[in-house]
Write a protein that binds this ligand. Structure first.
Ligand SMILES: Nc1nc2c(ncn2[C@@H]2O[C@H](COP(=O)(O)OP(=O)(O)O)[C@@H](O)[C@H]2O)c(=O)[nH]1
Ligand SMILES: [Mg+2]
Length: 317
């Protein structure tokens, strides 16, 4: 294992510590010391999963899968069973679409999500990552609802060395996007990342606003590939599901950024989100530092989650 990989994995493990204690701890206490992996155990496991922010529907699918695997693979030991649950979790975290950002440049990313989930700071972290890959980035301050929002973005822009296109408070967000598209094209910017307001409006309102911005990009920058990233705060647990429902109806979400996994035991929500919406998680936030937004990988995530449990192979702390 390369050093870079190890520190990345360590950080992910640390970020998932509370979820591991909660979710994996619960699973482990059902599994260990069992003589038989029978229906009673599956029922207890079902409860354990539901308590871990995995919804009923996804839980039932996981249990069904596990029931089959126990007989198909003749699983007889707790460590084999834990390993298989980890495999199933990784499988449920996988969608048909890739977890990486689109490679085709230029790229325009629209950041959406309710206030406080981490849109603006995640933009800075994504920009930092793209710059390390040698790409040029620009920000559009299309959260024009509060003056503070554009100011905050400007501070981040200065910090990471990214130009920011902004208008005054209360300006039309689509006008900001329009200017940003022109400017990004003129300067040959690789990735334009657009902040948006996170007010929880009515669905119609949200749809109109996001729809308008999207149309401006389509019209002004048709050659650009597009991502719409929904930022969700993992600590809000089931609330994140209803947010995803609303935004998914209002816009074509291409990826999820799941923030604040550090300090919450509700990380299991990632499993429900990918299963329910079939939208890939593209990044996870495991801290407030610049390097604490990681690219998401289902296998690494499941492995970090189950690290140190009876079935895991990588047990170093
Ligand atoms: N601990 C932690 N804090 C985060 C993470 N992502 C964002 N935050 C914090 O969440 C707060 C709100 O973030 P902000 O980007 O302003 O949210 P916005 O309203 O959606 O733009 C800030 O204090 C961030 O530092 C994360 O992954 N972990
Ligand atoms: Mg913001």
């Amino acid at each position: 294992m390369a050093i870079g990989k190890k520190s990345f994995f360590q950080k992910l493990k640390e970020g998932l510590a509370n979820t591991r204690e909660g979710m994996v701890g619960r699973i482990e206490s059902v599994v260990t010391g069992r003589k038989e992996f029978d229906e009673d155990m599956l029922e207890e496991l079902e409860e354990a999963l539901i308590l871990s922010d995995i919804d009923m529907d996804t839980t039932e699918k996981i249990i069904r899968e596990l029931r089959q695997d126990i007989s198909r693979l003749s699983i007889k030991t707790a460590d084999k069973l834990m390993q298989q649950i980890q495999n199933i979790v990784a499988y449920f975290l996988t969608t048909e679409n890739g977890n990486e950002l689109l490679e085709d440049l230029p790229l325009v990313i629209l950041m959406v999500g309710v206030n406080g989930t981490g849109k603006t700071t995640s933009m800075a972290k994504i920009a930092h990552r793209l710059q390390q890959e040698g790409k040029t980035v620009m920000f559009a301050a299309a959260d024009t609802f509060r003056a503070a929002a554009a100011e905050q973005l400007e501070i981040w822009g200065e910090r990471v060395g990214v130009p920011v296109i902004r208008h005054g408070e209360g300006a039309d967000p689509s006008a900001v996007i329009y200017d940003a598209c022109q400017s990004a094209k003129a300067r040959g910017i690789d990735v334009l990342i657009c902040d948006t307001a996170g007010r929880l409006q009515t669905k119609r309102n949200l749809m109109n606003e996001l729809g308008k911005m999207s149309k401006v990009i389509d019209r002004e920058y048709p050659e650009a590939s597009r991502e719409t990233l929904l930022v969700l705060d993992a600590a809000t647990g089931k609330n994140a599901i209803s947010q995803a429902e609303q935004f998914n109806e209002a816009a074509e979400i291409t990826g999820i950024v799941l923030t604040k996994l550090d300090g919450t035991a509700k990380g299991g929500i990632a499993i429900t989100l990918t299963d329910r919406f079939n939208i890939p998680v593209k990044f996870v936030g495991v801290g407030e530092g610049m390097e604490d937004l990681q690219e998401f990988n289902p296998d690494d995530f499941a492995e970090a989650l189950f690290a140190g449990s009876v079935g895991s192979e990588r047990t170093e702390s």
